[in-house]
Ligand binder design. Sequence first.
Ligand code: SF4
Length: 377
Amino acid sequence: MASRTGIDTFIIKTVEWCNLDCTYCYFYHGQDSSFEKRPRYLPRRAIDAFVPKVIDHCRTHEIGTIHLTLHGGEPLLQKKDDYLWMMEQFDKIDAAGIRTIRKCTTNGVTLNDEWAELLARYNVHLGISIDGSRELHDSARVDLAGHGSYDRAVRGLRTALKWADKGLNVGTITVLNPDEHGGDTYRHLRSLGVELINILLPENNYVLPPAARTDGRTYGDVLVEFFDAWVAEDNERVDIGLFADITRAVAGLPSFSDQFGFAPVRVAVLETDGSLQPTDNFRACADGMSELGVSIYQDSIDKLYNHEFFQLCINQQKFIPDECKSCEFVDICGGGRITSRYSKEDGFTRKSVHCDALYRIFGHVRKTLMENDLMKS
Ligand code: SF4
Protein backbone atom coordinates (compact mmCIF):
# COMPACT_ATOMS: atom_id res chain seq x y z
CA MET A 1 0.00 0.00 0.00
CA ALA A 2 1.30 3.46 -0.90
CA SER A 3 2.48 5.69 1.94
CA ARG A 4 0.03 8.42 2.91
CA THR A 5 2.68 10.81 4.15
CA GLY A 6 5.94 12.26 2.93
CA ILE A 7 7.22 13.42 -0.44
CA ASP A 8 7.36 10.81 -3.18
CA THR A 9 8.14 12.95 -6.24
CA PHE A 10 11.33 14.96 -6.68
CA ILE A 11 11.96 17.34 -9.56
CA ILE A 12 15.70 17.69 -9.99
CA LYS A 13 16.77 20.92 -11.68
CA THR A 14 19.91 19.55 -13.28
CA VAL A 15 20.23 22.51 -15.65
CA GLU A 16 18.77 25.89 -14.90
CA TRP A 17 19.06 27.48 -18.33
CA CYS A 18 17.44 26.64 -21.62
CA ASN A 19 18.28 26.62 -25.31
CA LEU A 20 14.68 27.63 -26.07
CA ASP A 21 12.64 30.66 -25.06
CA CYS A 22 9.05 29.43 -25.26
CA THR A 23 6.63 32.32 -24.99
CA TYR A 24 4.38 30.65 -22.39
CA CYS A 25 7.18 29.27 -20.19
CA TYR A 26 6.14 29.63 -16.54
CA PHE A 27 9.77 29.25 -15.48
CA TYR A 28 11.31 32.10 -17.44
CA HIS A 29 8.18 34.14 -18.20
CA GLY A 30 6.20 33.57 -15.01
CA GLN A 31 6.25 35.78 -11.94
CA ASP A 32 9.38 34.30 -10.38
CA SER A 33 12.83 35.70 -11.14
CA SER A 34 14.89 33.53 -8.78
CA PHE A 35 16.42 31.62 -11.72
CA GLU A 36 18.48 34.72 -12.48
CA LYS A 37 20.69 34.22 -9.45
CA ARG A 38 21.04 30.44 -9.47
CA PRO A 39 23.92 28.34 -10.86
CA ARG A 40 23.30 27.09 -14.39
CA TYR A 41 24.10 23.46 -13.47
CA LEU A 42 23.35 21.32 -10.42
CA PRO A 43 26.65 20.60 -8.65
CA ARG A 44 27.56 17.03 -7.69
CA ARG A 45 27.66 17.98 -4.02
CA ALA A 46 23.92 18.66 -4.13
CA ILE A 47 23.28 15.07 -5.24
CA ASP A 48 25.75 13.86 -2.60
CA ALA A 49 23.62 15.59 0.03
CA PHE A 50 20.31 14.61 -1.58
CA VAL A 51 20.66 10.83 -1.84
CA PRO A 52 21.08 9.92 1.86
CA LYS A 53 18.38 12.43 2.86
CA VAL A 54 15.92 10.93 0.40
CA ILE A 55 16.64 7.49 1.80
CA ASP A 56 16.05 8.78 5.37
CA HIS A 57 12.83 10.50 4.31
CA CYS A 58 11.48 7.39 2.59
CA ARG A 59 12.30 5.24 5.58
CA THR A 60 10.60 7.69 7.97
CA HIS A 61 7.43 7.73 5.87
CA GLU A 62 7.61 4.11 4.66
CA ILE A 63 7.71 5.20 1.03
CA GLY A 64 8.59 2.30 -1.25
CA THR A 65 8.68 4.04 -4.63
CA ILE A 66 9.75 7.54 -5.62
CA HIS A 67 9.72 9.48 -8.86
CA LEU A 68 12.87 11.38 -9.83
CA THR A 69 12.29 13.81 -12.70
CA LEU A 70 15.24 15.47 -14.45
CA HIS A 71 14.04 18.93 -15.31
CA GLY A 72 15.24 22.39 -16.22
CA GLY A 73 15.63 24.67 -18.01
CA GLU A 74 16.65 21.94 -20.38
CA PRO A 75 18.05 18.82 -18.68
CA LEU A 76 19.74 17.43 -21.79
CA LEU A 77 22.17 20.34 -21.62
CA GLN A 78 23.76 18.54 -18.66
CA LYS A 79 27.25 17.15 -19.21
CA LYS A 80 26.88 13.46 -19.97
CA ASP A 81 29.47 12.37 -17.42
CA ASP A 82 27.58 14.35 -14.74
CA TYR A 83 24.37 12.61 -15.82
CA LEU A 84 25.96 9.16 -15.59
CA TRP A 85 27.50 9.93 -12.22
CA MET A 86 24.13 11.17 -10.94
CA MET A 87 22.36 8.03 -12.15
CA GLU A 88 24.90 5.91 -10.29
CA GLN A 89 24.15 7.89 -7.12
CA PHE A 90 20.43 7.28 -7.64
CA ASP A 91 21.20 3.55 -7.84
CA LYS A 92 22.08 3.81 -4.12
CA ILE A 93 18.44 4.66 -3.42
CA ASP A 94 17.32 1.47 -5.18
CA ALA A 95 20.01 -0.45 -3.31
CA ALA A 96 18.46 0.82 -0.07
CA GLY A 97 15.19 -0.88 -1.07
CA ILE A 98 13.41 2.18 -2.45
CA ARG A 99 12.40 1.85 -6.10
CA THR A 100 13.20 4.87 -8.24
CA ILE A 101 11.18 5.68 -11.33
CA ARG A 102 13.31 8.05 -13.38
CA LYS A 103 11.83 10.61 -15.72
CA CYS A 104 13.09 13.43 -17.88
CA THR A 105 11.20 16.35 -19.39
CA THR A 106 12.94 17.73 -22.48
CA ASN A 107 12.37 20.01 -25.44
CA GLY A 108 14.03 17.31 -27.56
CA VAL A 109 16.28 19.73 -29.44
CA THR A 110 19.59 18.10 -28.43
CA LEU A 111 18.24 14.57 -28.14
CA ASN A 112 20.48 12.32 -30.26
CA ASP A 113 21.30 8.61 -30.26
CA GLU A 114 24.01 9.07 -27.67
CA TRP A 115 21.57 10.67 -25.24
CA ALA A 116 18.85 8.15 -26.08
CA GLU A 117 21.19 5.27 -25.22
CA LEU A 118 22.18 6.90 -21.91
CA LEU A 119 18.53 7.46 -21.01
CA ALA A 120 17.47 3.97 -22.12
CA ARG A 121 20.20 2.47 -19.95
CA TYR A 122 18.28 3.69 -16.88
CA ASN A 123 14.78 3.04 -18.27
CA VAL A 124 14.01 6.74 -18.17
CA HIS A 125 10.47 7.87 -18.93
CA LEU A 126 11.01 10.65 -21.41
CA GLY A 127 8.50 13.43 -22.04
CA ILE A 128 9.25 15.47 -25.17
CA SER A 129 7.41 18.74 -25.65
CA ILE A 130 5.55 18.84 -28.96
CA ASP A 131 2.57 21.18 -29.08
CA GLY A 132 1.04 20.05 -32.38
CA SER A 133 1.63 20.91 -36.02
CA ARG A 134 4.80 22.72 -37.11
CA GLU A 135 2.92 26.00 -37.40
CA LEU A 136 1.38 25.73 -33.94
CA HIS A 137 4.54 24.46 -32.25
CA ASP A 138 6.71 27.15 -33.82
CA SER A 139 4.32 29.92 -32.81
CA ALA A 140 5.45 29.53 -29.18
CA ARG A 141 8.36 27.10 -28.90
CA VAL A 142 11.15 29.26 -30.30
CA ASP A 143 14.89 29.32 -29.69
CA LEU A 144 16.90 32.23 -28.36
CA ALA A 145 17.08 33.70 -31.86
CA GLY A 146 13.32 33.45 -32.27
CA HIS A 147 13.39 30.49 -34.69
CA GLY A 148 10.85 27.69 -34.35
CA SER A 149 12.09 24.41 -32.84
CA TYR A 150 9.61 21.96 -34.42
CA ASP A 151 12.02 20.25 -36.82
CA ARG A 152 14.64 19.75 -34.13
CA ALA A 153 12.11 18.57 -31.53
CA VAL A 154 10.55 16.07 -33.96
CA ARG A 155 13.99 14.82 -34.97
CA GLY A 156 14.63 14.23 -31.23
CA LEU A 157 11.28 12.46 -30.89
CA ARG A 158 11.98 10.17 -33.85
CA THR A 159 15.39 9.34 -32.40
CA ALA A 160 13.85 8.54 -29.01
CA LEU A 161 11.17 6.33 -30.56
CA LYS A 162 13.92 4.18 -32.13
CA TRP A 163 14.99 3.36 -28.57
CA ALA A 164 11.51 2.57 -27.31
CA ASP A 165 12.10 -1.18 -27.49
CA LYS A 166 15.50 -0.83 -25.83
CA GLY A 167 14.38 0.53 -22.48
CA LEU A 168 13.35 4.10 -23.23
CA ASN A 169 9.76 5.04 -22.39
CA VAL A 170 8.76 7.82 -24.77
CA GLY A 171 5.83 10.19 -24.60
CA THR A 172 4.99 13.73 -25.59
CA ILE A 173 3.90 16.72 -23.54
CA THR A 174 1.50 19.09 -25.25
CA VAL A 175 0.46 22.46 -23.91
CA LEU A 176 -3.02 22.96 -25.34
CA ASN A 177 -3.63 25.88 -27.66
CA PRO A 178 -7.01 26.94 -29.07
CA ASP A 179 -5.25 28.19 -32.23
CA GLU A 180 -5.49 24.61 -33.54
CA HIS A 181 -8.46 22.24 -33.58
CA GLY A 182 -7.81 19.71 -30.82
CA GLY A 183 -8.60 16.82 -33.17
CA ASP A 184 -5.94 18.03 -35.59
CA THR A 185 -3.42 18.26 -32.75
CA TYR A 186 -4.27 14.71 -31.66
CA ARG A 187 -4.00 13.31 -35.18
CA HIS A 188 -0.73 15.12 -35.75
CA LEU A 189 0.82 13.58 -32.63
CA ARG A 190 -0.42 10.16 -33.71
CA SER A 191 1.08 10.68 -37.18
CA LEU A 192 4.44 11.06 -35.43
CA GLY A 193 4.01 7.61 -33.89
CA VAL A 194 3.27 8.77 -30.34
CA GLU A 195 1.15 6.55 -28.08
CA LEU A 196 1.77 8.17 -24.69
CA ILE A 197 0.37 11.69 -24.80
CA ASN A 198 0.38 14.12 -21.89
CA ILE A 199 -1.76 17.20 -22.35
CA LEU A 200 -1.64 20.27 -20.17
CA LEU A 201 -3.66 23.40 -19.74
CA PRO A 202 -1.19 26.28 -19.69
CA GLU A 203 0.07 27.41 -16.30
CA ASN A 204 -2.30 30.31 -15.78
CA ASN A 205 -3.86 31.98 -12.76
CA TYR A 206 -5.52 35.37 -12.10
CA VAL A 207 -2.15 37.14 -12.14
CA LEU A 208 -1.13 35.40 -15.37
CA PRO A 209 -4.50 34.80 -17.07
CA PRO A 210 -5.01 33.01 -20.40
CA ALA A 211 -4.58 35.33 -23.37
CA ALA A 212 -7.79 37.04 -24.46
CA ARG A 213 -9.14 35.79 -27.80
CA THR A 214 -11.37 37.41 -30.37
CA ASP A 215 -12.40 34.22 -32.22
CA GLY A 216 -14.43 32.75 -29.36
CA ARG A 217 -12.38 29.54 -29.21
CA THR A 218 -11.69 28.23 -25.70
CA TYR A 219 -9.54 25.65 -23.94
CA GLY A 220 -12.78 23.75 -23.35
CA ASP A 221 -13.22 23.48 -27.14
CA VAL A 222 -9.73 22.08 -27.57
CA LEU A 223 -10.15 19.57 -24.76
CA VAL A 224 -13.45 18.30 -26.16
CA GLU A 225 -12.07 18.06 -29.70
CA PHE A 226 -8.96 16.24 -28.48
CA PHE A 227 -11.07 13.84 -26.41
CA ASP A 228 -13.43 13.09 -29.30
CA ALA A 229 -10.52 12.36 -31.64
CA TRP A 230 -9.05 9.97 -29.06
CA VAL A 231 -12.40 8.20 -28.63
CA ALA A 232 -12.89 8.04 -32.41
CA GLU A 233 -9.55 6.34 -32.97
CA ASP A 234 -10.47 3.81 -30.28
CA ASN A 235 -6.91 2.50 -29.94
CA GLU A 236 -6.24 1.07 -26.52
CA ARG A 237 -2.50 1.61 -26.95
CA VAL A 238 -2.96 5.38 -26.92
CA ASP A 239 -2.69 6.60 -23.35
CA ILE A 240 -3.76 10.14 -22.44
CA GLY A 241 -3.31 10.52 -18.70
CA LEU A 242 -5.59 13.55 -18.27
CA PHE A 243 -8.52 11.82 -20.00
CA ALA A 244 -7.94 8.60 -18.10
CA ASP A 245 -8.04 10.63 -14.86
CA ILE A 246 -11.18 12.52 -15.89
CA THR A 247 -12.92 9.35 -17.02
CA ARG A 248 -12.14 7.61 -13.75
CA ALA A 249 -13.26 10.62 -11.71
CA VAL A 250 -16.51 11.03 -13.64
CA ALA A 251 -17.21 7.31 -13.25
CA GLY A 252 -16.78 7.65 -9.48
CA LEU A 253 -13.39 5.94 -9.28
CA PRO A 254 -10.27 7.28 -7.52
CA SER A 255 -8.30 9.73 -9.62
CA PHE A 256 -4.86 11.22 -9.01
CA SER A 257 -4.57 14.06 -11.48
CA ASP A 258 -2.39 17.05 -10.70
CA GLN A 259 -4.64 19.27 -12.86
CA PHE A 260 -7.84 18.94 -10.83
CA GLY A 261 -9.24 17.05 -7.87
CA PHE A 262 -8.00 16.11 -4.46
CA ALA A 263 -4.71 14.28 -4.84
CA PRO A 264 -2.21 15.79 -2.41
CA VAL A 265 0.71 17.48 -4.15
CA ARG A 266 3.65 15.57 -2.68
CA VAL A 267 6.25 17.10 -4.96
CA ALA A 268 9.57 18.73 -4.04
CA VAL A 269 11.97 20.59 -6.30
CA LEU A 270 15.75 20.49 -5.83
CA GLU A 271 17.25 23.67 -7.26
CA THR A 272 20.78 24.13 -8.56
CA ASP A 273 21.68 26.19 -5.49
CA GLY A 274 20.59 23.31 -3.24
CA SER A 275 17.33 24.87 -2.13
CA LEU A 276 14.34 22.57 -1.66
CA GLN A 277 11.00 23.98 -2.72
CA PRO A 278 7.40 22.94 -3.30
CA THR A 279 6.19 22.21 -6.81
CA ASP A 280 7.37 24.45 -9.61
CA ASN A 281 3.94 25.74 -10.53
CA PHE A 282 4.02 28.37 -7.77
CA ARG A 283 6.55 30.26 -9.91
CA ALA A 284 3.64 31.38 -12.05
CA CYS A 285 2.00 33.01 -9.01
CA ALA A 286 4.42 35.39 -7.29
CA ASP A 287 8.11 36.13 -7.19
CA GLY A 288 9.83 34.11 -4.47
CA MET A 289 6.62 32.33 -3.38
CA SER A 290 8.25 28.89 -3.41
CA GLU A 291 11.44 29.96 -1.62
CA LEU A 292 10.92 28.61 1.89
CA GLY A 293 14.48 28.83 3.20
CA VAL A 294 15.05 25.07 3.12
CA SER A 295 18.33 23.71 1.75
CA ILE A 296 19.49 20.20 0.95
CA TYR A 297 22.85 21.12 2.47
CA GLN A 298 21.57 22.05 5.94
CA ASP A 299 18.10 20.59 6.28
CA SER A 300 16.20 17.33 6.18
CA ILE A 301 13.53 16.74 3.55
CA ASP A 302 11.06 16.59 6.43
CA LYS A 303 11.77 20.27 7.09
CA LEU A 304 10.28 21.05 3.70
CA TYR A 305 7.48 18.54 4.13
CA ASN A 306 6.44 20.00 7.50
CA HIS A 307 6.61 23.61 6.34
CA GLU A 308 3.27 25.38 6.63
CA PHE A 309 3.26 26.34 2.95
CA PHE A 310 4.09 22.80 1.83
CA GLN A 311 1.25 21.50 3.97
CA LEU A 312 -1.05 23.85 2.04
CA CYS A 313 -0.17 21.81 -1.05
CA ILE A 314 -0.86 18.57 0.77
CA ASN A 315 -4.17 19.74 2.15
CA GLN A 316 -5.47 21.65 -0.83
CA GLN A 317 -8.68 19.62 -0.79
CA LYS A 318 -9.67 21.40 2.42
CA PHE A 319 -9.78 24.71 0.57
CA ILE A 320 -12.79 24.41 -1.69
CA PRO A 321 -13.46 27.84 -3.19
CA ASP A 322 -16.85 29.29 -2.23
CA GLU A 323 -17.68 29.75 -5.93
CA CYS A 324 -17.37 25.97 -6.40
CA LYS A 325 -19.51 24.76 -3.54
CA SER A 326 -22.70 24.58 -5.61
CA CYS A 327 -20.99 23.18 -8.73
CA GLU A 328 -22.18 19.77 -9.88
CA PHE A 329 -18.55 18.71 -10.39
CA VAL A 330 -17.08 19.94 -7.13
CA ASP A 331 -16.59 16.40 -5.82
CA ILE A 332 -14.47 15.63 -8.87
CA CYS A 333 -12.74 18.92 -9.46
CA GLY A 334 -12.30 20.47 -6.03
CA GLY A 335 -11.84 23.91 -7.60
CA GLY A 336 -8.97 22.97 -9.90
CA ARG A 337 -5.23 22.96 -9.46
CA ILE A 338 -4.29 25.12 -6.50
CA THR A 339 -1.88 27.33 -8.43
CA SER A 340 -4.54 28.07 -11.06
CA ARG A 341 -6.71 29.61 -8.29
CA TYR A 342 -4.18 32.24 -7.32
CA SER A 343 -4.87 35.97 -7.29
CA LYS A 344 -3.01 38.76 -5.53
CA GLU A 345 -6.18 39.87 -3.78
CA ASP A 346 -7.56 36.52 -2.61
CA GLY A 347 -4.63 34.11 -2.51
CA PHE A 348 -5.77 30.59 -3.48
CA THR A 349 -9.43 31.01 -2.60
CA ARG A 350 -10.92 31.60 -6.08
CA LYS A 351 -12.03 28.85 -8.43
CA SER A 352 -9.56 27.78 -11.11
CA VAL A 353 -8.90 30.32 -13.84
CA HIS A 354 -9.49 27.31 -16.15
CA CYS A 355 -12.91 26.58 -14.59
CA ASP A 356 -14.79 26.89 -17.89
CA ALA A 357 -12.53 24.32 -19.56
CA LEU A 358 -12.74 21.91 -16.63
CA TYR A 359 -16.53 22.21 -16.37
CA ARG A 360 -16.92 21.64 -20.10
CA ILE A 361 -14.71 18.53 -20.29
CA PHE A 362 -16.23 16.94 -17.17
CA GLY A 363 -19.69 17.36 -18.66
CA HIS A 364 -18.60 16.11 -22.07
CA VAL A 365 -16.89 13.01 -20.69
CA ARG A 366 -19.92 12.23 -18.52
CA LYS A 367 -22.23 12.59 -21.52
CA THR A 368 -19.99 10.35 -23.61
CA LEU A 369 -19.91 7.67 -20.92
CA MET A 370 -23.67 7.80 -20.54
CA GLU A 371 -24.28 7.59 -24.30
CA ASN A 372 -22.14 4.48 -24.37
CA ASP A 373 -23.81 2.96 -21.31
CA LEU A 374 -20.57 3.10 -19.37
CA MET A 375 -22.07 4.64 -16.26
CA LYS A 376 -25.36 4.80 -14.45
CA SER A 377 -27.47 7.86 -15.22
S1 SF4 B 1 -15.59 23.06 -12.59
FE1 SF4 B 1 -15.22 25.20 -11.96
S2 SF4 B 1 -16.90 25.67 -10.47
FE2 SF4 B 1 -16.79 23.40 -10.73
S3 SF4 B 1 -15.45 22.74 -9.04
FE3 SF4 B 1 -14.14 23.00 -10.89
S4 SF4 B 1 -13.36 25.11 -10.75
FE4 SF4 B 1 -15.11 24.95 -9.32
